[in-house]
Design a protein around this ligand. Structure first.
Ligand SMILES: *Cc1c(COP(=O)(O)O)cnc(C)c1O
Length: 246
């Protein structure tokens, strides 16, 4: 409602209603995160929110940034680069969450603050070698294929320790944690089990001497379960930005 006064034409009134709608969605997602934290006995504010803006136009990112969000997730390099160019005056933090092809690592190393979907040694080495010296170390999450699904990206759980060791030894990347996309299911018990497995792997790395702080898991339909099981970052697209354009 707060925006009404500053718009006077029909077109701008539309923009205004879209902004109200956007603010409602953001508040609702934030409330769900807070409630899930409380239910899990964790401090609200323990979980950060990554807005997954893939396939949505740059204006939506601008709107969400006005509402205080700074971290955005994209899964297609070309699309992300175009939005970054359009939004270059804003201070945003870009996370890559899509499949990483080795011929795309240079552009990722040059233009992103985070790559959450690393699942191979070769990609780790290239990202470190190609990270420009004038930028801070690139934040990395290792993507784990926690339910061993053949069609899905991510390293198998047993391959994670070796990847973590390599990541820890490279100069221009900083290992931050794990990212997972569990099997799609509406069975809450299965959801809990998958997230629990990721959390165990995360705890194992930490007790093995890695100082990692990011457990990236939970999307629109399962953020409550993910937070209950220890997620520190939820990646929300649909419930935050609406249905993705085709
Ligand atoms: C699209 C996507 C999301 C967001 O999914 P929603 O169900 O729209 O919230 C999260 N993580 C990854 C890796 C994605 O590709």
């Amino acid at each position: 409602m707060v925006y009404i006064a500053i718009f006077d034409t029909i077109d701008n009134a539309k923009t205004c209603c879209n902004m109200n709608k956007q603010l409602e969605r953001l508040n609702s997602v934030r409330e769900r995160i807070d409630r899930a934290c409380i239910a899990a006995g964790r401090p609200p504010g323990d979980v950060s929110l990554l807005a997954v803006s893939k396939r949505h136009p740059a204006e939506k990112i601008m709107t969400l940034n006005k509402m205080g969000l700074v971290s955005f997730g994209e899964n297609q390099l070309q699309e992300a680069l175009e939005k970054q160019k359009e939004l270059s005056t804003l201070q945003l933090q870009w996370h890559f969450i899509g499949t990483v092809q080795s011929n795309k690592t240079r552009a990722l190393a040059e233009n992103f603050q985070w790559v959450q979907s690393v699942d191979r040694e070769k990609i780790l080495k290239r990202l470190s070698a190609q990270r420009p010296e004038n930028l801070e170390a690139l934040n990395i999450c290792l993507q784990v294929n926690i339910d061993r699904e053949s069609q899905k990206a991510g390293a198998m759980p047993e391959d994670i320790p070796k990847l973590a060791e390599l990541a820890g030894s490279l100069d221009n990347i900083r290992l931050r944690g794990l990212m997972a996309l569990p099997r799609q299911t509406n069975d809450p018990q299965e959801q809990h089990n998958s997230f629990k497995k990721v959390k165990n792997l995360f705890d194992q790395l930490n007790s093995g001497g890695y100082d990692i702080d990011t457990l990236s898991m939970g999307m629109s339909h399962d953020l409550e379960v993910a937070i209950f099981e220890g997620s520190t970052m939820v990646r929300i697209g649909t419930d935050l930005l609406g249905k993705r354009p085709e």
